[in-house]
Design a protein. Structure first.
Length: 235
């Protein structure tokens, strides 16, 4: 990296899951530390609430798209278009590092070194939820993820357990980093409690297992409140 100029990082994010929270908090923290940050979003248009999160940080360069994510149905044409779009952003922004939060983009011919963070994957999700291997219609996903992992400069995941799933499902056997997720504690100041049970997560995602909470809710002494999207991105 050229020490004479402000260091630059390009971060990819999707707007329909927890990666959004991760990417925004990382981008804003890096910006506070003096780095120049570009955030490239995909999956769906930003909501008003998501835009509000970035308003205090106008120096973060925001590149927006609605390209489908690699785990969505019939996504690969749009994933390829998104890859070409990211390469154009790299040429324009000239980052020192590209931080990828999706798998397939690890195989792109970026000029800068890439850090690919494996937050979750369909194959490990399928095994956890359905207790069996993902069916053959996920073979292209398996191939694309494997290519992205092999080509990335560095691979990381929030836990060693997630790293182990990369070995089991994609045969990834190179060195990788466990980088636990973190949050800014100032965002979570304690307050007065109420007599209720609160859960948050995508209501349509069987991996969140909110159905288990729903099944026992009538027998609990406290009311149960759930918050999350009920609309699957694929409709």
């Amino acid at each position: 990296m050229d020490a004479r100029r402000q260091q630059r990082i390009l971060i990819t994010a999707d707007t329909v899951g927890g990666v959004w929270t991760y990417a925004v908090e990382l981008a804003t923290a890096l910006q506070r530390r003096g780095l120049s940050v570009a955030l490239a979003t995909m999956g769906a248009a930003l909501t008003a609430a998501q835009r509000a999160q970035l308003e205090p940080f106008p120096s973060i360069e925001l590149y927006q798209s609605t390209y489908k994510l690699e785990w969505m149905q019939d996504a690969w044409d749009e994933v390829d278009e998104a890859g070409a779009w990211l390469l154009r952003i790299e040429r324009e922004f000239e980052p020192d590092v590209v931080h990828l939060n999706q798998f397939a983009f690890g195989a792109l011919p970026f000029s800068a070194p890439t850090l690919l963070v494996a937050h979750s994957c369909v194959l490990s999700w399928w095994q956890a939820v359905h207790h069996e291997e993902a069916p053959s219609n996920w073979d292209e996903y398996r191939r694309r993820v494997g290519r992205g992992l092999e080509a990335a400069s560095v691979v990381a995941a929030p836990s060693r357990a997630m790293l182990q799933t990369l070995v089991r499902n994609y045969g990834y056997r190179h060195a990788a980093l466990a980088l636990p997720n973190g949050r800014n504690p100032a965002l979570f100041r304690p307050g007065a409690k109420q007599a209720c049970i609160f859960a948050a997560g995508r209501l349509w995602d069987a991996g969140k297992n909110l159905a288990a909470l729903q099944s026992v809710a009538p027998q609990l002494p406290w009311p149960v409140h759930l918050a999350g999207s009920a609309a699957h991105p694929d409709g």
